[in-house]
Write a protein that binds this ligand. Sequence first.
Ligand SMILES: C[S@@+](CC[C@H](N)C(=O)[O-])C[C@H]1O[C@@H](n2cnc3c(N)ncnc32)[C@H](O)[C@@H]1O
Length: 316
Amino acid sequence: MDYQDYHEPVLADESVSLLLTLPGVYIDGTLGGGGHSLRLLRKLETLVGESLLVGIDQDSHALEAASEKLGALGGNYRLVRGNFGMVKELVTPIARGAALPVMGFLLDLGVSSFQIDTPERGFSYLRNGPLDMRMDPDGPLTAADVVNEYDETALAKLFFRYGEEPLGGRVARALVSARSTAPLTTTGELAEVVRAACPRKDLAIKTLSRIYQALRIEVNDELGVLEQALADGFELLSPGGRLAVISYHSLEDRIVKRFFAARCSADWGPKGVALREPLTPAEAVLVTRKSIEATAEETRRNPRARSARLRIIQKL
Ligand SMILES: C[S@@+](CC[C@H](N)C(=O)[O-])C[C@H]1O[C@@H](n2cnc3c(N)ncnc32)[C@H](O)[C@@H]1O
């Protein structure tokens, strides 16, 4: 397979320079084509002290592409196939074996350009392919299962919750009616039903992308896995370690923002009770007060960067 233009990393300089401070284990939980990992490895080589990079992805193509990219570098790294929701189970034995503290965890959420641009993966309404959308090609649930088996109420809820799509109910009704003749099997068929359900054809593109986003989140349990990874990844970090997340839509960013705010504030108990010390002190500090966004230059070069938001905290 040709992995030449697998993925252009987003906010690469910003995320790497703010994540990496002290030697130790660094986890790239979303390895993809290895764009961030390559830069992390290069910077790790400049630090005094032993370090190790652990790259995780649930897609075997990502592991192949990244090992092609990192192979020539010969740095100290391990690539692991798995879900970043299992970061604790995947990384604890590696960090113990290396006898190094975990000092950084990076998540660059969503799908890679390679995944979107490969029609067989079924992520895009612009390319006809099977209704799949699994980031892990061996995952248990496909978009076809959701579209053909969920009832109308469940589909409508899904489109409102994960797509924030005002026409969710209408699209759900249209899907249930369309599949009563024959199950939907391709991204092209799904796109046709969604387009036909839109009263304003000029807004159909927005509806399509929200419906596809909702299905992708459901198929990969993206938000549930993110919450798990934030909690477990933070626990893995040694004091001074940093957690960096690049998110691409408001649902992801909200989860990250809330998690960071909770870790960075002390619990002073109920209002009106004057305590000398908080019940539980803050566990982290914000490295980025506000989220960091891509420059106009990066957005021009890489339109994917337009919606990216980078947030980082440091464990106390
Ligand atoms: C935006 S891409 C990352 C691109 C990468 N930073 C680069 O520079 O090439 C996201 C990657 O994370 C992977 N991914 C998404 N969710 C995952 C999860 N829960 N566990 C493991 N990998 C995941 C996807 O398969 C995809 O390869």
